[in-house]
Design a protein around this ligand. Structure first.
Ligand SMILES: *[C@@H]1O[C@H](CO)[C@@H](O)[C@H](O)[C@H]1NC(C)=O
Ligand SMILES: *[C@@H]1O[C@H](CO)[C@@H](O)[C@H](O)[C@H]1NC(C)=O
Length: 443
């Protein structure tokens, strides 16, 4: 109706002239396409009279005419005329109504429409009623009065058929592309996952997603690495960690005993020794540390791996004690005539398996007589010849270990110094009673 009205407005004067000439002329035939309603534009169906009735647009359309124009209703339309214009023909007259355009006959529905029960023309859905000639590969779309054959998304028409588009040819995907009927899917290499755009691939942080590393996990581009704490080594499976047996690597890790522990190792020392600098064993000097149980009448003697309590008074008849470690045989006593005039007690400790020959103890004459000559020898305790004496000069000699010995073992050697003066036909003998402890170990 509105296009009709606006069209009218464009040629108002022409209309007015026509009306004046034609009088109560019947409405023109509409040039608009059939609207397939019961009544033509400008009329409405009156169920009472069973006729089409003119619509008074001047009342139903707000501001049908603008400004100084006045609205004149007319059969099948309306007019806007200047207020000054005189209307000769009374358009609202009481005269008989003009002939009403007849309702469209059902058989006159245009192609693609069909009449329904109310004899209105309604669209035919060619797609559901198999009235189309779309190919099976095509989609049928119903349109008012017709239909359309289209290709589904992801297909394109080649000749009469719809053919899947191989989107993978266009390198849409960063890693891998899988063409699917009508679409495609991007896939990523292991260790990556699709990004938010479903095309690019982003690294997966496997460490945060439960990577099966037993101890430490390091994410890297496209993969991850398992590592172990210090003291553990990665198992062949690449995930689990097993304790490293450091002790099996080298026998030099510990001087005495290596004990493997989870993730580490420790060195241990035998009794009587203490650990020093994590791997070495050092003899504990029980005599110095007070860890001994020697009595007042005893002297504490330390040796490798232990100690000994010896009686401070070691002198046996006919010897008498003259100091803590010295016994004297008085010349006045006849029993002393064939005996060394003095016995001095000394103690020393050596380790096992020393390389030989090894100087172990130096003997020194304490008093020197002019013209005298001192000779040194091992008088007792060397039955197996493990030691010998190397004389250095008149007043000193060296006790030498001749054979490698293994402890624990103990020697008591009587080292005799014979002093001779041929001019004065003087001969004297004194003994150094040396106890040699051999420790059980090489340290
Ligand atoms: C990516 O794919 C998912 C699942 O198919 C979908 O929900 C999402 O909308 C897609 N995102 C984009 C950007 O296409
Ligand atoms: C060592 O003995 C020699 C004789 O064998 C003698 O001539 C020399 O003076 C002595 N030396 C000492 C320091 O007693």
């Amino acid at each position: 109706m509105l296009p009709f009205a606006s069209c009218l407005r464009g040629s108002l004067l022409l209309w007015a002239l026509l009306l004046l000439l034609l009088g109560a002329a019947s409405p023109q035939e509409s040039e608009e396409p059939d609207s397939y309603t019961e009544c033509t534009d400008g009329y409405e169906w009156d169920p009472d009279s069973q006729h089409c009735r003119d619509v008074n647009e001047c009342l139903t359309i707000p501001e049908a005419c603008k400004g100084e124009m006045k609205c004149i209703n007319h059969y099948g339309g309306y007019l806007c005329l200047p207020r000054s214009a005189a209307v000769i023909n009374d358009l609202h007259g009481e005269g008989p109504p003009p002939p009403v355009p007849p309702a469209e006959h059902p058989s006159s529905c245009p192609p693609g429409y069909e009449p329904d029960e109310q004899e209105s023309c309604v669209d035919v859905d060619e797609c559901t009623q198999a009235l189309h000639d779309c190919r099976p590969s095509q989609d049928c779309h119903n349109l008012p009065g017709s239909y359309q054959c289209t290709c589904p998304d992801g297909y394109r028409k080649i000749g009469p058929e719809c053919v899947d588009i191989d989107e993978c040819r266009y390198r849409y995907c960063q890693h891998r592309c899988v063409n699917l009927p009508g679409s495609f899917r991007c896939q990523c290499e292991p260790g990556f996952q699709l990004g938010p755009n479903n095309r690019s691939c982003v690294d997966v942080n496997e460490c945060e997603m439960g990577a099966p590393c037993e101890q430490r996990c390091f994410n890297s581009y496209g993969t991850f690495l398992c590592r172990c704490h210090q003291g553990y080594e990665l198992h062949r499976d690449g995930f689990s960690c097993s304790d490293t047996d450091e002790c099996s690597y080298s026998s030099y890790l510990c001087q005495y005993r290596c004990v493997n522990e989870p993730g580490r190792f420790s060195c241990h020392c035998p009794q009587g020794y203490q650990l020093m600098a994590t791997r070495l064993c050092q003899d504990i000097d029980e005599c110095e540390s007070g860890g001994h149980q020697c009595s007042e009448a005893q002297t504490c003697v330390n040796f490798h791996g232990g100690y000994r309590c010896v009686d401070t008074n070691r002198c046996v008849e006919p010897y008498i004690q003259v100091s803590d470690n010295r016994c004297l045989c008085p010349a006045s006593n006849p029993l002393c005539r064939e005996q060394p005039s003095s016995i001095v007690y000394r103690y020393m400790s050596i380790t096992s398996e020393r390389s030989v020959p090894a100087d172990v103890f130096q003997i020194q004459a304490t008093s020197v007589y002019p013209g005298a000559y001192n000779a040194f020898q091992i008088r007792a305790g060397n039955s197996q010849g493990d030691f010998y004496i190397r004389q250095i000069n008149n007043v000193s000699a060296m006790l030498v270990l001749a054979r490698p010995v293994t402890g624990p073992r103990e020697y008591v050697l009587d080292l005799e110094m014979v002093t001779m003066n041929s001019l004065m036909s003087y001969r004297a003998s004194s003994v150094l009673r040396l106890t040699v402890f051999v420790g059980a170990y090489t340290f």
